[in-house]
Design a protein around this ligand. Structure first.
Ligand SMILES: Nc1ncnc2c1ncn2[C@@H]1O[C@H](COP(=O)(O)OP(=O)(O)OP(=O)(O)O)[C@@H](O)[C@H]1O
Ligand SMILES: [Mg+2]
Length: 441
């Protein structure tokens, strides 16, 4: 038999549940109450005809006026996401069940939703990251990812992905339509999870790309090379351990080096001498660095298969190359030298950390492990929720780019096939005033 205490607590529970239901359905209830209330009021005042006609007219107006309909759609969508997410939090095991994150903002994106959360004391981003798979299953979506604000760790952005943003087989490179490019402007390299354009600003920066074989490093590198080639004010210095990846660009490069490491060293020595001359020139002009206004040429040094040059069989050559390249990356910034290098795994046994750590921008394509991803992006990013090992094998060209922002950007890079390369090389030669000869050798 129920004691009075028991029955009181049951009543309390029922009341709590009712209040909770009213709270979670508040938007829908208010929207329903407006025409219903209007109908009732008109019924009392003016009779049945008005009581039916006015709410029908109100609902029809809202449905027929585009901006109003879209506003209502957004409101209902946000309310549904909030309800489902709150239910998913309630079903979580452990501390997050008792101290459920507070939802402060929901924004619909091209491929799902972005939700801003505030964590309660006693919980952390680690608890949420561990619950990502459970949350995705509860919501019945493709993926849920949580990233904490770098400055305020109690603020979290939760990204709900319903449609695969990176399902497109290949994305067209916007610069295929550009008649002229200046490398001082940001270069489009891909789209992020929301379908927004991702760009990279190269002056004063060096980029290191890494990822497992076939992940899309050479394709990503070729986007940056294409942009540099389309700017006639840029000198291209190409080093290609595989020879075939960058060879198409040799037609508009100042230097092209294949797998001859000794020649690569000679070319880097030449470039180092050029860098020293450039500093003398800057001294004469009384400026401390190359700027767009100075009108001095930028030098873009591109190295695909960096491992061949810095971890080859001949240790002396490898050391010398690494030493020269370190000098260029360390001192080249103000002289207008930009180094772009790609390798499968830049671990210290392959790329000396004294060289690797100088690269400011990192672009991790799919990696086999979280450790490998951290080797490219920098230690600690995998535990923050940014690991290129999470990228599906079928997602060629998808990666994480750590550049201007505080956190890496997940993106799918544009693609360039052989025809695109031929088109771009032809245009680059025209822009450089070179005769249009056979391309691709
Ligand atoms: N952004 C992209 N969009 C679509 N497909 C891509 C993209 N990037 C790469 N691919 C596909 O993946 C293949 C391998 O790419 P890529 O040669 O760039 O890999 P990689 O990382 O340089 O490999 P390796 O380490 O063997 O040199 C390409 O031939 C292309 O078919
Ligand atoms: Mg490659």
């Amino acid at each position: 038999m129920n004691t009075p205490a028991n029955s009181r607590s049951m009543t309390d529970e029922m009341l709590d549940e009712l209040l909770r239901l009213l709270a979670v359905w508040r938007v829908e209830l208010v929207l329903l109450a407006l025409p219903t209330g209007l109908g009732l009021w008109l019924y009392v005042r003016l009779g049945l005809v008005f009581a039916i006609a006015a709410p029908v007219a109100l609902v029809t107006t809202v449905l027929c006026v585009g901006p109003l309909r879209r506003f209502l759609g957004r409101l209902l969508h946000r309310s549904r996401v909030r309800r489902h997410l709150e239910a998913a939090f309630r079903a979580l095991p452990g501390v997050l069940n008792e101290k459920r994150p507070r939802i402060v903002k929901i924004t619909r994106t091209t491929f799902g939703d972005r939700v801003e959360l505030v964590l309660w004391r006693g919980t952390s981003i680690d608890d949420l990251v561990k619950a990502e798979a459970v949350l995705a299953a509860s919501l019945g979506v493709r993926q849920v990812r949580c990233v904490a604000n770098a400055a305020k760790r109690n603020l979290v952005t939760l990204t709900i992905t319903r449609h695969d943003p990176f399902n497109e087989a290949a994305l067209r490179f916007p610069l295929l339509d550009a008649s002229h490019v200046t490398l001082w402007d940001p270069i489009p390299v891909g789209v992020n999870e929301d379908g927004e354009l991702v760009t990279v600003s190269l002056p004063e920066r060096n980029v290191l790309l890494g990822g497992e074989p076939g992940a899309g490093k050479s394709v990503a590198l070729s986007l940056l090379v294409a942009a540099a080639a389309l700017d006639p004010e840029v000198d291209l210095w190409l080093f290609d351990g595989k020879v075939v990846e960058l060879s198409a660009w040799s037609a508009c490069a100042r230097v092209f080096v294949g797998h001859d490491v000794q020649r690569a060293i000679t070319v880097l020595e030449e470039l180092t001498a050029e860098m020293d001359d450039r500093y003398d020139e800057l001294l004469r002009r009384g400026v401390r660095k190359v700027t767009r206004a100075e009108g001095l040429r930028l030098h873009v040094v591109v190295i695909d298969e960096l491992a061949l040059y810095v971890a080859g069989i001949d240790k002396k050559f490898a050391q010398r190359f690494a030493e020269l390249l370190r000098g260029l990356v360390a001192r080249g910034r103000a002289a207008g030298i930009i180094v772009l290098a790609a390798t499968q795994k830049p671990s210290t046994d392959i790329v000396p950390s004294t060289l690797r750590d100088l690269f400011g921008f990192r672009w991790a394509l799919r990696c086999a492990t979280r450790d490998a991803s951290d080797t490219v992006l920098g230690a600690g990013w995998a535990s923050e929720g940014f690991s290129a090992s999470d990228i599906a094998g079928a997602h060629r060209g998808v990666g994480l780019l750590l550049h201007e922002g505080d956190t890496p950007v997940r993106l799918k890079g544009f693609h360039l096939d052989d025809d695109d390369l031929r088109t771009l090389v032809r245009r680059a030669r025209q822009l450089r005033g070179l005769p249009a000869g056979p391309v691709g050798s």
